[in-house]
Design a protein around this ligand. Structure first.
Ligand code: SAM
Length: 253
């Protein structure tokens, strides 16, 4: 998968060379390139922002700089009115006032060939930027990563990128580790609690059933715990469950 990221702090993405993300790049599974938005400015100050139309505090990212940059990275040869080139990347803007990014989005995007992220700063980017590229036929997404406001899109892009790339075939050393996880699959629940050895630590024992060697009972215990934890912590996920994802024993839980 090819990933381009545009930011006024491209150095932020040097951490992508570490850990599993670094290994995936070394294996050729991922190709990540961070670009400096200021490279597309023409003034001596390399300014990317201006005051908000209509007044108010802070600054807004200018559409002209973004469009020069995005036209080039999207492969638009004639910026105005030309349709999106075939094979254009999915264009993603993090935005706290957008729909929430979920595991479902991560799963869908893990199949894309090319993603292009645009990191906002200040009060955000001019709203006409995503509108314009959508009108040109580009697949434009805006996502929030949670109900809070960050200083910039860099952290949000890192979060989305990690959620997306770990779902790519070949990314994880053990592919089974992403099959049974919170928010995953048809009847997405929070995962059951996890334990390792020793069986008793500081006087606290792991649940007996996990030591029984009875896989049927272990599975039932974990499933019941997942249902109970989800009902308590995230009742919205229980409300959204498709009844077909429940078995008879679940209905008794
Ligand atoms: N004025 C905006 C508002 O109130 O909705 C906040 C702008 S924020 C300070 C600057 C940038 O950080 C945003 O354009 C976005 O790219 C990023 N950002 C901040 N919080 C975010 C969140 N929860 N999810 C996704 N992106 C976020």
């Amino acid at each position: 998968m090819k990933i381009d990221i545009v930011s006024v702090f491209p150095e932020y993405f040097e951490v992508m060379n570490l850990s599993l993300m670094g290994k995936a790049q070394a294996k050729g599974l991922l190709e990540i390139k961070a670009h400096n938005l200021r490279d597309w400015t023409h003034d001596v100050h390399h300014s990317v922002d201006d005051t908000p139309v209509g007044g108010g505090a802070g600054m807004v990212m200018k559409p002209e700089v973004w469009s020069e940059c995005l036209d080039e990275l999207l492969g638009f040869s004639q910026p105005s009115g030309s349709p999106a080139p075939s094979g254009a990347p999915v264009l993603i803007f993090p935005n706290p006032s957008a729909p929430l990014f979920t595991q479902r989005d991560a799963t869908e995007l893990s199949h894309a060939d090319h993603l292009l992220f645009g990191c906002g700063r200040y009060e955000g980017y001019d709203a006409r930027i995503p509108d314009y590229y959508r009108a040109q036929g580009v697949d434009v997404r805006e996502y929030s990563i949670g109900d809070y406001v960050l200083n910039g899109g860099e952290v949000a892009v890192s979060v989305m990128l990690e959620a997306i790339t770990r779902l790519m075939p070949g990314f994880m050393g053990n592919p089974d580790s992403i099959v049974e996880e919170s928010y995953t699959g048809e009847g997405a629940l929070l995962e059951h609690r996890q334990y390792t050895k020793p069986a008793v630590w500081r006087g606290i024992a792991v649940p007996d059933v996990l030591l029984s060697g009875d896989h049927g009972k272990v599975d039932r215990f974990r499933r019941d715990e997942a249902l109970a934890r989800t009902a308590e912590i995230r009742p919205d996920l229980i409300a959204a469950l498709d009844c077909k994802a429940l078995d008879k024993a679940d209905r008794k839980t």
